[in-house]
Write a new protein. Structure first.
Length: 220
């Protein structure tokens, strides 16, 4: 790959969404099940709201997904417990290699392009200390729809000032990889779980196990 800039997905790519498991231990004996269903419904609600043309920001979507997940799992959650679970999304842990890799990529303009609401992204980037490595933190809130809508991906070239085919888009989410590739980015799939490629008619330009492999592939 020859790229002049990089766009990173946030949730699941830079930040481990399942670090909310620790907060979940206060309300269930199976916090992994809560985290998995919460994440599943969070994504489903972004796609459904985009299709319905009924945008709410990612904080509201995350709250709705949590309410559903708790009801589906039969969990009785107090207002204070629910707030602690939601707040966990503002302090997600970055994956272990992220900080070092972004430092290795410092000669390339790097930015986040995420479904996250602006205040969510500001909080998680601040908590992780990654802001010094990022040229921009871009939220779908600017276009009021969610990935994989092309209008979202178009925010990246506009902010970086680069042509789309010179930008590498990096995501751990197969559906996001497909959307970014269809838009015209060079695409890197961070396949942390060793899963199969989505059957959406597109193939990533590069598949890596983690972001350290990405830096190596780019010669950094």
């Amino acid at each position: 790959m020859q790229v002049r800039g990089l766009l990173f997905d946030a949730y699941g790519t830079l930040f481990d969404v399942h670090s909310v498991v620790e907060a979940g231990r206060a309300v269930t004996s199976d916090p992994q099940a809560l985290s998995a269903l919460w994440r599943q419904k969070q994504l489903e609600y972004t796609w459904l709201r985009s299709l319905m043309g009924r945008y709410e920001d990612f904080w509201a979507v995350t709250g709705s997904a949590l309410t559903f997940a708790c009801r589906r799992l039969g969990l009785q959650v107090s207002a204070a417990e629910r707030q602690r679970l939601m707040d966990a999304y503002l302090a997600l842990d970055p994956f272990p290699e992220v900080r070092e890799v972004l430092a290795r990529l410092r000669d390339l303009p790097c930015a986040i392009l995420s479904n996250g609401a602006p205040r969510m992204l500001e909080a998680v980037v601040g908590h992780s200390g990654l802001g010094e490595h990022l040229r921009a933190v871009i939220s779908v809130d600017e276009v009021r729809t969610f990935k994989p809508h092309p209008a979202v991906y178009a925010l990246g070239p506009a902010r970086l000032g680069l042509a789309r085919d010179t930008i590498g888009f990096v995501s751990s989410n197969g559906w996001d990889v497909a959307g970014a590739k269809a838009f015209g980015f060079q695409v890197v799939w961070v396949n942390r779980q060793g899963g199969p490629l989505e059957e959406l008619g597109v193939i990533p330009d590069l598949e890596v196990r983690d972001l350290a492999d990405l830096a190596g592939a780019l010669g950094r």
